[in-house]
Design a protein around this ligand. Structure first.
Ligand SMILES: [Zn+2]
Length: 131
């Protein structure tokens, strides 16, 4: 099993914990911090739709709550539909913590790997706001 396959399997396991009664679109994510620690997250929906949390944001906030400030990789997959891709908000959240590698899945469930720069070109981050 490749590293990509292992991370996608972990993301799929997280997706099985999804709370998505409205969309019925189960998403899971795994974050690999720069120190190698891994954190998972799933999407958590809310009757007030805007209060919903994406799986990637959930995994990243889990990592940050544990003291992580640098993240290397985020893997995301869904159990429903034809594959998934991070929303713009999550791409910017990834940018904040220096994510370099993003692993997604195609409709067949096979891994697709991207550099965050390809998913969020011409972005800005914390270094752009420092004096
Ligand atoms: Zn998102």
């Amino acid at each position: 099993m490749t590293d990509q396959d292992r991370l996608i399997a972990a993301a799929a396991a997280a997706a099985r914990q999804s709370y998505s009664p409205y969309s019925r679109y189960r998403v899971g994510a795994v974050v690999v911090a720069s120190n190698g620690a891994e954190y998972t997250g799933c999407n958590v929906e809310n009757a007030a739709y805007g209060a919903s949390i994406c799986a990637e944001a959930n995994a990243i906030t889990n990592a940050v709550a544990d003291g992580v400030r640098e993240i290397d990789t985020v893997a995301v997959t869904c159990l429903d539909g034809d594959g998934c891709s991070p929303c713009g908000n999550c791409r910017q959240i990834m940018r904040e913590f220096g994510v370099r590698r993003v692993i997604l899945t195609d409709p067949a469930g096979d891994p697709l790997e991207y550099a965050l720069d390809d998913l969020l070109p011409r972005s800005f981050g914390p270094e752009d706001l420092q004096d």
